[in-house]
Design a protein around this ligand. Sequence first.
Ligand SMILES: C[S@@+](CC[C@H](N)C(=O)[O-])C[C@H]1O[C@@H](n2cnc3c(N)ncnc32)[C@H](O)[C@@H]1O
Length: 200
Amino acid sequence: MFGRAVRPGVPSGDLWFFERFARPYELFMPPADSAVVERALGLARRPVDRVVDVAGGPGRAARAVDAPERVVVDAAAGMLRRVPHGMAAVRGDASRLPLRSEAADAVLVVDALHHLPRTDAVVSEAERVLRPGGVLVIREFDRGTLRGRFLAVGERLIGFDSTFFTADELAGRLADAGFEAHVTDRGFDCTVVGVKPGSP
Ligand SMILES: C[S@@+](CC[C@H](N)C(=O)[O-])C[C@H]1O[C@@H](n2cnc3c(N)ncnc32)[C@H](O)[C@@H]1O
């Protein structure tokens, strides 16, 4: 079992793990499901030219997207070193994105939201950086499923400070932040999409 409290000087939240295990993470994680992400991006009401992969690690989700410009934002330097050439890698906190307002057509948060301490701030930052008609795509693990409940217990045992939601709870958070919310995939792996209102 890994414990955060015994790592003085290591970043807070779940970041300590990703700084330490960036290389095995990249080696052992399967590619993101391109069809699922592209289907979610299809809800955008504007051309998806600039995609920002928030808490994107080595750019796993960004790699699954066909867009002219892909930007990976992550707080772990070790992860960003593994972002492929041709994508921008920017170090930053998901709850205070180092991007100007209305700078993106799509924001992805894939397998990461449960590790981010301030869910509402992450969602409102995504809303800020999106252009009208753009989409926030969240891929998560639904805590209402049996596997989701096991995962939540397992992550606690590892020492993570994770917070899981159901797909409907996530959709509610997105609606509260002003998005038009859709659940596009249900099950252990769920996809929740927020469309930012307004005309492109
Ligand atoms: C499970 S990984 C997911 C990475 C990637 N989205 C993927 O699908 O493989 C979680 C990521 O969240 C990042 N992270 C954790 N806390 C963060 C924060 N406050 N701001 C930005 N990134 C953060 C970690 O460094 C790690 O890369």
